[in-house]
Design a protein around this ligand. Structure first.
Ligand code: HEC
Ligand code: HEC
Ligand code: HEC
Ligand code: HEC
Ligand code: HEC
Ligand code: HEC
Ligand code: HEC
Length: 323
């Protein structure tokens, strides 16, 4: 009598799981994933745990299982993964095949990861990105400390070359600033890399009026890097004492924003008489948005006014002399 009941319950479970799990699973795998990646099904072998907030821990030997929570830092977002620069990769292109078994072994916890340069260094295909120059800049930056690599800013599972392809500059600014705030607004991550006390970004910048407006319109790297016109994204983060604090570095006609944030567009769009015309579309930076013709017009108006006053005075003097 015992066996059939067990069989029946297994059958019920199977039906239930097709009813519940299937629609869910198909929803998770969007057609767009298959367009960019040939290993979507394989990757699900990892995503079934690493794509969820909880996973099923199975103890086959003792025939038991339990639902466990996945640590947030070990969750990979499918949507972000399949739109990142490495969207076509299988997880095991970068990670060992041995990760397919769980529990992962001790050896795997010491896995050495490939660095950007291992794949992109001195490769003509990626010449436009200037990896070598960027690596040099990074080595001279304040983040060149133990356990800090390119991956510390470039999340391996979500990084996009946003700025280069951005239609919406403000969105790109947000993306780039979040790369910094990943640590500078998350003390746990920060503390993993240093012994230093917590830095509260909002407090360190309390000299800057309207921080919200500024942080939405400029990137952290505008003020924190050395200008380098040979690469699109300057990577040499300077010590804080060398950060830009003078308002006129941006709020002036030869604003540094043309060498940083608006680098790409500024050369093409210096047209129509507007000095820094590119910026008009994006923001009004007091002191930096000026127009040559408007400037000349106001000079003309000023000159004419002066002329009228002089003429008027002359007439009055003549009239006085006559009477
Ligand atoms: C059964 C669920 C499960 C599956 C399947 C799984 N993982 Fe994991 N993985 C975990 C858990 C839980 C952790 C964190 C705790 C641990 O390391 O045991 C982890 C940790 C990791 C880590 C971090 C290791 C470290 O340094 O601490 C990596 C990397 C990783 N998994 C990659 C993968 C890859 C790649 C795959 C697919 C080939 C995969 N995992 C499949 C559950 C799983
Ligand atoms: C382009 C290479 C690359 C690909 C593809 C890749 N990873 Fe990773 N992954 C890395 C690197 C590098 C790290 C270590 C990050 C660091 O040092 O900050 C990492 C770390 C991890 C971690 C540990 C995170 C932590 O903070 O402990 C997990 C889990 C993980 N990967 C899972 C996956 C899964 C699942 C996939 C496939 C969906 C995948 N990875 C695909 C490069 C990659
Ligand atoms: C394991 C090798 C590997 C590593 C490590 C790696 N990449 Fe890549 N990367 C590739 C390959 C291969 C492509 C092309 C993918 C494609 O076309 O689908 C690529 C594409 C890119 C692209 C887009 C290039 C383009 O023109 O489409 C950028 C940007 C990029 N990687 C940046 C990085 C950065 C930054 C790092 C380190 C943080 C890094 N990569 C680490 C192999 C790698
Ligand atoms: C302190 C954080 C940080 C570190 C460390 C870092 N990067 Fe970047 N990187 C950025 C930011 C921010 C961007 C801009 C992302 C975007 O395109 O919107 C970027 C962009 C890039 C780009 C794209 C440039 C382009 O022309 O489109 C490449 C390539 C790159 N980084 C390579 C590297 C390499 C190689 C390393 C390590 C030697 C590295 N990065 C370390 C923050 C960092
Ligand atoms: C308008 C220019 C500007 C912008 C934008 C800016 N910073 Fe700063 N930042 C500075 C200056 C100047 C200092 C030094 C302030 C001081 O020494 O009192 C500084 C200090 C810092 C420090 C060190 C603080 C300390 O107390 O040790 C960090 C970390 C920092 N900034 C991170 C960021 C991040 C992250 C962003 C983007 C969200 C950002 N900054 C945006 C100008 C800027
Ligand atoms: C992986 C975490 C991490 C990320 C991402 C990160 N930082 Fe940092 N940052 C640190 C740590 C850790 C320190 C302290 C370094 C030390 O020990 O001196 C630091 C220090 C700084 C300082 C202070 C330097 C000084 O002179 O005191 C500035 C400024 C700074 N970061 C800016 C940035 C900017 C801008 C970005 C983004 C482009 C960024 N950071 C991304 C971890 C990070
Ligand atoms: C890194 C470049 C940069 C620096 C440095 C900078 N600003 Fe700005 N500022 C901007 C940009 C870009 C905007 C445009 C914001 C917008 O479009 O709303 C702006 C906007 C403003 C505004 C208008 C804010 C609003 O409410 O819309 C004021 C006021 C201002 N800045 C004052 C200052 C002062 C004072 C300093 C020096 C302490 C300073 N800024 C330093 C780039 C900068």
């Amino acid at each position: 009598m015992k066996k059939p009941t067990k069989l029946f319950s297994i059958l019920l479970l199977a039906i239930a799981s097709t009813l519940i799990a299937q629609p869910d699973d198909t929803l998770k795998l969007k057609p767009s994933y298959f367009e960019v990646n040939d290993y979507v099904e394989d990757n699900e072998g990892c995503f079934k745990c690493h794509g969820e907030i909880k996973y099923l821990l199975e103890d086959v030997e003792n025939d038991r299982s339990a639902t466990k929570r996945m640590a947030p830092c070990k969750i990979v977002d499918r949507d972000k993964y399949y739109t990142s620069v490495h969207k076509s990769f299988s997880c095991t292109d970068c990670h060992s095949y041995d990760f397919m078994t769980f529990p992962h072994t001790m050896d795997l916890r010491f896995e050495e990861n490939f660095l950007c340069m291992d794949c992109h260094g001195y490769d003509e295909t990626y010449a436009q990105y200037h990896f070598e120059e960027i690596e040099k800049e990074f080595s001279e930056s304040i983040h060149n400390i133990a356990d800090f690599t390119c991956w510390s800013c470039h999340d391996p599972h979500s990084y996009k070359a946003f700025m280069r392809n951005a239609d919406d500059l403000e969105e790109a600014i947000l993306f780039d600033n979040n790369m910094c705030l990943r640590c500078h607004a998350d003390y746990d991550r920060f503390a993993q890399k240093t012994e230093r006390e917590e830095i509260v970004v909002v407090e360190s910048h309390d000299w800057l009026p309207n921080q919200t407006a500024h942080f939405a319109k400029v990137r952290c790297i505008e003020c924190h890097t050395e200008i380098n016109d040979s690469i699109l994204i300057a990577h040499k983060i300077l010590p804080k004492t060398e950060a830009v604090q003078r308002c006129t570095e941006c709020h002036s006609k030869d604003t540094r924003l043309l060498h940083t944030l608006y680098k790409f567009q500024s050369l093409e769009e210096r047209k129509g008489g507007f000095v820094n015309s590119i910026m008009i579309n994006n923001s009004y930076v007091i002191g930096a948005n000026q127009n040559v013709w408007l400037n000349r017009l106001s000079l003309l108006v000023f000159g004419l006014t002066l002329l009228v006053i002089v003429f008027h005075t002359y007439l009055r003097i003549r009239k006085q002399k006559k009477s």
